[in-house]
Design a protein around this ligand. Structure first.
Ligand code: SIN
Length: 291
């Protein structure tokens, strides 16, 4: 069966049908999936009962994989290419450190000098209710700004800070892990408007989960510009909300999409996911406080 592509929503996303990730895939099939991904920002592939090795092998067809050295505490014990996002308690019964990973809007690894190109999240356990992920189209977010606002933000750099990204989740629960990750992820600046290297289209590149302020401005001044942008970027018509099924895999393009894991799981139920991350193009600079 050949690959077919079906749009998921107005704002973002498509489902790819006819792919079998348990078998070697032809270059032609990979090229079709890649095109669907570039055209739609995210692709969903359902019903894939795959091993970590197959997940990694499929992900590698799209680029070089991150070994998650920025998040080294959460790597899969046998596969550094897999980052585990889980609500299952740790072996000693303590709460999972990643049970609230990604709960604020963000684009993966924007707080590093090599933000992720793509992420492939695979569902191994889903609660009966909830555990959804939302995605937002950052081309639409940029395109629908007024020309005046576009001119205002185009030359600006914003500060992206890992320590802020985890402010209300991991820090309080596991200060040791948080400290270790903060130490390897100092704040960086990123352009507020990025050009997608493959499509040449401009995208808005700020997120409420990671962007603290605009370089060269105070926090108060920055918020006057950032808050309307954060709200605008996630207007419902720019987004898609995914209700996961077991063995779904979603691959998103972090260069033009943001995402957010919703806290909509019933107490006592669990969600277990594996993520691979494709390295992107170098971007940004280390943040100098005096800027
Ligand atoms: C992530 O931010 O990569 C995880 C998103 C999710 O768990 O839905």
């Amino acid at each position: 069966m050949g690959i077919t592509v079906k749009r998921l929503s107005y704002g973002i996303g498509a489902e790819v049908l006819g792919a079998d990730l348990t078998r070697p895939m032809s270059d032609e099939a990979i090229a079709q999936i890649r095109k669907a991904w570039i055209d739609n920002g995210i692709v969903l592939i359902r019903d894939q009962d795959i091993t970590p090795e197959q997940h990694i092998a499929f992900s590698r067809r799209f680029g070089v994989l991150d070994d998650h050295s920025a998040l080294f505490k959460y790597r899969h014990p046998e596969h550094a290419e897999i980052f585990i996002v889980t609500t299952r308690p740790n072996a000693d019964g303590s709460p999972s450190n990643t049970r609230e990973t990604g709960v604020n809007w963000h684009s993966d690894m924007s707080y590093t000098l090599r933000p992720a190109m793509g992420s492939l999240l695979y569902c191994l356990e889903i609660p009966e209710v909830g555990g959804d992920t939302q995605f937002a189209n950052m081309y639409l977010a940029y395109d629908t700004l007024s020309n005046g606002f576009k001119r205002l933000i185009e030359p600006l750099q914003a500060v992206h800070t890992y320590a802020w990204a985890i402010h209300d989740t991991e820090k309080g629960r596991n200060p040791e892990f948080a400290k270790a990750h903060i130490a390897v992820n100092p704040p960086v600046t990123q352009p507020m408007v990025r050009v997608h290297p493959e499509t040449g289209r401009k995208t808005l590149y700020v997120s409420e989960g990671v962007t603290t302020h605009i370089a060269g401005m105070t926090h108060a001044e920055s918020q006057a510009i950032l808050q309307p942008l954060f709200a605008h970027a996630v207007r419902p018509e720019f987004t898609y909300r995914h209700h996961w099924r077991l063995h779904d895999l979603i691959m998103w393009d972090n260069r033009c999409a943001m995402h957010k894991a919703l806290r909509d799981r019933l107490p006592g139920t669990h969600r277990h996911m594996h993520r691979t991350t494709i390295l992107g193009e170098p971007s940004g600079a280390l943040y100098q406080e005096a800027q």
